[in-house]
Design a protein around this ligand. Structure first.
Ligand code: ATP
Ligand code: MG
Length: 564
């Protein structure tokens, strides 16, 4: 099982657990759970919760359950369950045989509800949604009691059973807890426990037409699983008294404790399943695993590694106040991780043909090139060198400004792992004036990368042999939005999409060693960035790479400029 960083500083949740362990609150037992609702694909916010719950369990010798919190048939599906299972596994966590479904507790929950009715702690209410809202009051006004609040236990039992039996219309009756309509906490004003929903559930089918509300189902599911620390996000802080009320009222054997922490908000993206579904359904992105999506499947497809995401979750830590985390931090974790692990190779994204006039026609040399400059254990591969090469268009300028150190007419540069070359002629299309190719000469004495006479060059360029290079498509991905907090803006978040978040380059050339690169594997294209073989669309005959990350944070500059 993946360990979160053992040296990571403690946080207020770990402090609570340490204290509980000191006082032997649960006989030294620690049990957590990750409770996703299968109504969308997991995103990096969920990863924070996964790392926290599984990380705590691992750290304290406890166990973490994976529980599908599937109490609302609308929008839930097996496809999402499978995505959750795949992604949590991929992140590196293991729930062993503890995969649970709240829908497996339906009968038990129903029995708890009957019990509360018998105790006079729950009643069937016939108010419609509109009336219910009116009766609820507001922050400044207490609510009013429902006219149905004092129904007899018998009548309530009868109505609830008939609700279950499907005798009533959707919206005609609900089961409510009888708490306190004057409570300053609106959550406590006789909250709904069950409502009628005539929808087929992806697991229980049409067995049920009443479904429990989150507040009722969650605490009791936690209790059934004997969860010691039920960690959730801050928006449930107001619901904690209700969480405790249900446990108390039912008189459960095991009392879990709810602890809230700040959810992850990430800049230049949105982390709300509802918004992500919108992006998918409107075709703004190409599905849940579009490499621009903050979903784990999107990040995986983009080449992000589980290690980088875990590292990110460790570094952002756990706090009690909401904040917006700079996505650059995530990108840096990815870069740092890949800097260690990615093999270096050469690829040219926008090729410019270079003919080396004095290199023998038909000759090919195989250069032995290390896969990692700092780690010889990663081995090396052979890279063919020949008379005609491609270099990057942006590495040549005919009329360079000052401080342009790369290739220009008359100037000498080094080819990575190879010779010095000097540009002697520039060929343009006679009609369009478009740059066609460069003619260069090479110095056979510079094979080592250095000139015996000690002369220096200012730049080293990557290259690919023209006849040997493999044609490839490269998909450049960038941030999906061009404002830091799209949901905080005045207009709809879709107004702030970054039009340059996707660019497709179709005439790229990559070195031949990449021919058998496995789908999903990530490389550093030297001087260009990190790229992975697309796991869906790439094939032996047409290779496709996704840009995982640029080598440096290019946005820092853009933001700096904008702030000036
Ligand atoms: P969304 O707002 O994306 O719909 P949700 O909270 O409804 O998220 P759930 O499937 O209920 O999604 O979430 C499962 C668990 O992950 C919950 O415990 C929830 O608190 C946690 N979680 C969800 N989003 C975040 C986030 N952005 N940061 C940290 N934890 C999160
Ligand atoms: Mg939720």
């Amino acid at each position: 099982m993946a360990q979160t960083n053992a040296s990571s500083p403690s946080d207020f949740i770990r402090d609570i657990i340490n204290e509980d362990l000191r006082t032997s609150k649960h006989q030294g037992r620690v049990a957590t759970r990750f409770p996703p609702e299968p109504n969308g694909y997991p995103h990096v916010g969920h990863a924070k919760s996964v790392c926290l719950n599984f990380g705590i369990a691992a750290q304290f010798g406890g166990a973490c359950n994976l529980r599908m919190d599937d109490t609302d048939p609308s929008g839930e599906s097996m496809e999402y369950v499978e995505a959750i299972i795949r992604d949590v596994k991929w992140l590196g966590f293991d729930w062993e045989d503890r995969l649970y479904y709240a829908s497996d507790y339906y009968e038990q929950l129903y029995q708890y509800a009957l019990q509360l009715i018998r105790m006079g702690k729950a009643f069937i209410c016939d108010l419609d949604a509109e009336e219910m809202r009116e009766y609820r009051g507001s922050f400044t006004e207490p609510g009013r009691e429902s006219p149905y609040r004092n129904r007899s236990v018998e009548e309530n039992l009868d109505l609830f059973k008939r609700m279950r039996a499907g005798e009533f219309e959707e919206g005609s009756h609900v089961l409510r807890a009888k708490i306190d309509m004057a409570s300053p906490n609106i959550t406590m004003r006789d909250p709904i426990m069950y409502r009628i929903k005539r929808e087929t559930h992806y697991r229980t089918g049409d067995q049920w037409c009443i479904y429990p509300m989150y507040d009722f189902a969650h605490c009791l599911s936690d209790s059934v699983e004997k969860i010691t620390h039920s960690i959730c996000t801050l928006e449930f802080e107001n619901n904690r008294p209700l969480y405790d009320w249900f446990l108390e009222a039912v008189g459960v054997e095991f009392r879990p404790q709810q602890i809230e922490f700040a959810r992850l908000n990430l800049s230049y993206t949105v982390l709300s399943k509802r918004k992500l579904i919108e992006l998918v359904e409107k075709g703004i992105v190409n599905g849940w695993d579009d490499p621009r999506m903050p979903t784990l499947s999107g990040m995986r497809r983009r080449g992000y590694t589980p290690g980088a995401i875990r590292d990110f979750c460790d570094r952002i830590g756990v706090a009690k106040n909401d904040s917006l985390i700079d996505v650059a931090l995530l990108e840096n974790c990815v870069r740092e991780n890949l800097n260690e692990t990615a093999l270096r190779v050469m690829a040219v994204l926008r090729p410019l043909r270079v003919v080396i006039d004095n290199y023998p026609e038909g000759q090919v040399e195989m250069f032995d090139c290390p896969y990692h400059p700092k780690n010889p254990e990663m081995g090396s591969r052979k890279v063919p060198f020949s008379r005609v090469l491609y270099i990057e268009q942006e590495d040549f300028l005919e009329n360079p400004p000052k401080k342009f150190y790369r290739l220009t007419p008359g100037r000498e540069v080094r080819l990575r792992y190879g010779y010095f070359i000097k540009c002697v002629n520039v060929v343009r299309h006679p009609g369009t004036g478009e740059l066609v190719e460069l003619h260069c000469t090479y110095d056979p004495e510079t094979r080592s990368g250095f000139a015996p006479d000690g002369r220096k060059v200012d730049a080293t360029l990557h290259w690919v042999s023209a006849v040997h290079g493999i044609p490839a498509e490269v998909r450049l991905y960038d941030r999906l939005f061009n404002v830091a907090d799209p949901l905080a803006m005045s207009s709809d978040f879709a107004e702030y999409l970054n039009p340059e978040s996707f660019e497709k380059l179709t005439s790229c050339r990559v070195e031949p060693s990449l021919a058998d690169a496995a789908p999903g594997s990530v490389f550093q294209f030297e001087r260009v960035g990190y790229f992975c073989v697309d796991s869906i669309d790439s094939s032996m005959n047409s290779m496709i790479f996704n840009r995982t990350a640029t080598l440096r944070d290019t946005w820092a500059k853009i933001v700096e400029k904008a702030n000036k």
